[in-house]
Write a protein that binds this ligand. Structure first.
Ligand code: 3HC
Length: 294
């Protein structure tokens, strides 16, 4: 199997920074690319904070944290990805933007490198087919926070070669992830099940079944979930959740994937959850409190 030593990560946002961190911690050289110096600095800053926290908590040695940081190179130029063996994209969940990005990256990255998408829901084949190496293209779907969540969905699309799939599985194992292979069906396994559940929680709220706090408390205490569904929606990002709903609804045309009116209105208001400071909860205080505007 091809040796992977240098990994490119496109995007240093909510997912990209975490993927870059766990990849560097596993011993890979990492190049992480953002669109602007500001966004890059934010992403690298988050990695440095998490590495420092791990040392404070005694979960990592200072020397190992420093070494992991030293393996991460930040850039705003695609050209710095040229000699990567594997490139994982974690940019905005928008097919148009992803295709535009691959058009450039595919030309620059060495021809025998593997390419992967961290898409939450878009069929992988649409991106694979836009490159000149669809057999070297696969889905690698991480979960938020990538530093903590154990699962990596490894997605084989119709063109993915056995070798590319093996590269993805091996990379996931080296990161200490549990790899689960799944078919290239919109939403894969987890979002196929998690998204309708989250949307049902929003509908339950709309129907007055419980308040925001009650619905979340009930699912935590009654079903053993680490977070209630509405807190989880804020955590994932309501913009990301909305984008996933649109893809799943377009693909399957089933009501269970349709955006409830409350979600649609929240997005119109620019309430994207934790990342914007407002979602089902208001994050401006010490502790999140249910959003009084809902
Ligand atoms: N980076 C590194 N470590 C982190 C972290 C981060 N971003 N966030 C939390 N942690 C660590 C903490 O340091 C802590 O470590 P410790 O136990 O060694 O002290 C541990 O995780 C637990 O964190 P906290 O004590 O701060 O808080 P919680 O116990 O509430 O855990 C949580 C936080 C891990 C986020 C937990 O609430 C959880 O598992 N929530 C569910 C998350 C989930 O379902 N994610 C999947 C979303 S779906 C998705 O991503 C798919 C996409 O396509 C939409």
């Amino acid at each position: 199997m091809a040796e992977i030593s240098k990994v490119g990560i496109l995007g240093a946002g909510l997912m990209g920074h975490g993927i870059a961190q766990v990849t560097a911690e596993a011993g890979y050289e990492v190049v992480v690319r953002e669109v602007s110096d500001d966004k890059l600095a934010q992403g690298i800053g988050k990695i440095e904070k998490q590495l420092a926290r791990a040392v404070e908590k005694g979960k990592a040695e200072q020397a190992d944290a420093d070494a992991a940081r030293g393996r991460i190179q930040g850039t705003v130029h695609y050209r710095d990805l040229a000699d990567c063996d594997l490139v994982v994209e974690a940019i905005t969940e928008d097919l148009g933007l992803k295709l535009e990005m691959w058009r450039e990256v595919d030309q620059i990255v060495k021809p025998d490198a593997y390419l992967a998408t961290n898409t939450s829901s878009l069929p992988v084949i649409d991106q694979a087919a836009s490159t000149g190496r669809p057999e070297r293209f696969l889905g690698l779907h991480f979960f938020n926070p990538a530093q903590v969540m154990k699962l990596l969905e490894v997605v084989r699309c119709v063109t993915t070669s056995d070798e590319a799939l093996a590269v993805g599985v091996d990379y996931g194992k080296k990161l200490g992830k549990l790899t689960v292979q799944t078919k290239d069906k919109a939403g894969f396994i987890v979002n196929r099940l998690l998204v309708p559940y989250t949307l049902d929680a929003i509908r339950a709220y709309e129907e007055g079944v419980g308040s925001i706090a009650e619905i979340d408390a009930a699912m935590k205490a009654g079903a053993g979930h680490p977070m209630g569904p509405l807190a989880l929606a804020d955590f994932v990002g309501l913009d990301t959740l909305g984008a996933i709903c649109d893809v799943l609804f377009d693909e399957f045309r089933e009501r269970r994937f349709a955006k409830p009116p409350t979600l649609r209105k929240m997005l119109a208001a620019g309430w994207y959850g934790r990342k914007s400071g407002t979602g089902f909860y208001d994050y401006s205080g010490e502790e999140p409190t249910p959003n009084p505007g809902l």
